[in-house]
Structure formats: C-alpha cells, structure tokens
Design a protein around this ligand. Structure first.
Ligand SMILES: Nc1ncnc2c1ncn2[C@@H]1O[C@H](COP(=O)(O)OP(=O)(O)O)[C@@H](O)[C@H]1O
Ligand SMILES: [Mg+2]
Length: 316
C-alpha cells in the first residue's frame, strides 16, 4: 500500500514539565482531508501537543512536523499555511475587532473580504466592538474568524467551542463539517465527546499526557437513543410535556424548579419528537453530551463494550 505523508505528524513526542506533568510519548498522524479529533480531559496535554505542532515549544524528545517540516523554529512557515486557533486567544488590547482582523490580514499579506464577511455573518460577530469589552465567547469568535478568514488548507483548533454559547457551538460544528467537505485538513482538540464525534473521522484519546487510544469515529456507534434536556417557558408546559406519551420519545425526569425535562429520543424518531416540541415555547434545548468519562468507563470495563460496540481496539 502506498504510504501517504501525513500533513501533521507527531512522533513519540515527550515534553516533561516535571511532577508527572506534560506529554509522554504521543504519536498521531493527520492526513490530508481528514478531521482528526484530539480528545482528553482538562490537563491531559492537548494544548501542550498543539503548541509543539505549531513550533512554539521544543520537545524534550520526539518530534512534530507539519507538511514534513520540523515544527520547532519554523512557526512562521507553518502559520503561513495553517489557520491556528489557540486555546486561549490573546488579542492585543487597544484594538477593536476590525483592527485585529486587519492586523492579521496584513501579517499574512492577504485579504479575502467576501470570506471575511461570510464568517462575520455566520458567527454573528460585530467586529467594531472594542476587544476589552468583548466577552470570552466574542473573543473566541473573533479568533475563529481570524483563523479561517484567508481560507487556509489546514486548520489547527485548540478547544474551539469553549466559551461559545450552545447555539454557536452548533453553528461551529456544522461549519467544521462543511469545511471538511471542502477538503480541509483539520486537527481539533476537545474535551467534549459529542463534538468530536460529530465532526471527526479519526479520534485520539489522551489522558494524563499519555496516548490512550486512536480509533475511527465510524467504529463508534452512538446509541439508538439520544438524551435531551429541554427547558420550557413555564412549569405548566414542562409538566404537560412530561406527562405526554409518544412512541418517539420517553420523558425521564422533570426538574420543576428549572422547568426542565429530560427526555430520551429514538434517533430514527427525531421528527415526531420535534413536532411534539413545536407546540411549546422552548427556552433551551441541549443534547446531554456523551462525556469522555462515559467513554473511559466503558473503555475500561472488562467487556469493553461501548454503547453496543465491543472491543474498541487500541491502535499500535
Ligand atoms: N508551561 C508549562 N509549564 C509547566 N507545566 C505545564 C506547562 N504547560 C502545561 N503544563 C502542565 O501540563 C499538563 C498538560 O497541560 P495542557 O497541555 O494545557 O492540557 P490540556 O490542554 O489538555 O488541558 C497540565 O498538568 C499542565 O499543568
Ligand atoms: Mg488546553
């Protein structure tokens, strides 16, 4: 079989910060046109790995390459071809959003106004606001627009949805799926299983700086049943929905104080479920995310069953 050169390659990366902290012998490869999820809880080593890929830090041992170029010392070459979204976007004070975006465009020597306007519109961002008055979510959206505005072929995104509100998270996830369809190569870190599951072809799991497993997303079958938490406008509505009966869904739990109902829905019965909900004013609606913790629990169970899939294999 023909060996494809990966766009991003991390080989036996070690960064030892002492006291068991850091990244220990992580190897991943991201190939052209794929969306690769780098999944792990807080402190797992995701940002450390990504900073090495961008060439900001020197490995204790091992290596990271982008386009076959050793990362360390070549950040400028990498940044010229990669859209990078840092975990904690630092936006210089004293600029407004537009000033920041212009600065980034000038650094790259490229302006694509059409693309920029599309992104501002998609993420509903007003770039004229002063950066110091922006919320964390707005700053992140600004950094997202900056990372995507010159339409780079490769995207490296460190926890891109953190700080975004639930609707914007969904917008972003759909956007990533579209970008992938347009042929982009994407590395995305996250601690949220469901967003990685929704966007990525391949997923690596990291925990305590160590690589736990790499697997193809298509091998992970989400259950037939999805769980949602719906917040209603009034307690009466919540109660009425809670008491309602349907083949499509089953109400599980009601929190009267918060006007929230937890409901299990068969994935092939979404439409009937949404039809039923359309009779109520809904305040909030979210899928209860399948957490990494759930995954670990299932992964380490003796049977190694994962929502009906047995034996998620560790790739050696
Ligand atoms: N510059 C640093 N100096 C010392 N320890 C660090 C440094 N950067 C990260 N760490 C530690 O390395 C571990 C991994 O951090 P990080 O890569 O930021 O995790 P994640 O992005 O997955 O939340 C954490 O224990 C963190 O405290
Ligand atoms: Mg991080």
């Amino acid at each position: 079989m023909e060996e494809r050169t990966p766009i991003i390659e991390v080989s036996h990366l070690v960064k030892d910060y002492g006291h068991g902290r850091g990244v220990f012998d992580v190897s991943i490869a991201v190939h052209k046109g794929e969306c690769f999820g780098y999944l792990g809880p807080n402190g797992a080593g995701k940002s450390t790995t990504i900073r090495h890929i961008m060439g900001f830090s020197k490995p204790s041992s091992g290596s990271t390459k982008v386009f076959g170029i050793e990362s360390f010392g070549h950040t400028d070459k990498i940044l010229a071809r990669v859209g990078y979204l840092p975990g904690e976007p630092a936006i210089p004070a004293g600029l407004n959003g537009t000033g920041f975006l212009r600065m980034m465009q000038d650094m790259r020597g490229e302006r694509n106004e059409e693309r920029l306007n599309y992104l501002l519109d998609l993420f509903r961002l007003n770039p004229n606001a002063d950066v110091t008055s922006m919320s964390l979510g707005e700053k992140r959206k600004l950094a997202v627009v900056a990372a995507f505005m010159n339409d780079p072929e490769v995207l490296i995104l460190d926890e891109p949805t953190s700080g975004l509100d639930p609707i914007m998270q969904q917008v972003f996830i759909r956007f990533i799926v579209e970008e992938k369809k347009r042929g982009k190569t994407i590395l995305l870190s996250s601690h949220i299983f469901s967003e990685v599951d929704a966007t990525c072809d391949n997923i690596a799991i990291i925990k305590d700086g160590k690589h736990v497993s790499t697997f193809a997303a298509k091998d992970l079958k989400q259950g037939e049943i999805a769980t949602y938490v719906v917040r209603f406008g009034s307690n009466e509505d919540a109660e009425r929905f809670y008491q309602s009966k349907s083949d499509a869904y089953e109400t599980k739990e009601i929190n009267s104080l918060r006007k929230k109902v937890t409901v299990a829905v068969r994935r092939d019965h979404f439409k009937a479920f949404f039809d039923a909900l359309s009779h109520y004013p809904i305040r909030e609606f979210e899928e209860k995310p399948f957490t990494l913790q759930d995954y670990f629990m299932s992964f380490y169970q003796e049977e190694k069953t994962f929502l009906g899939l047995s034996g998620v294999e560790e790739k050696k």
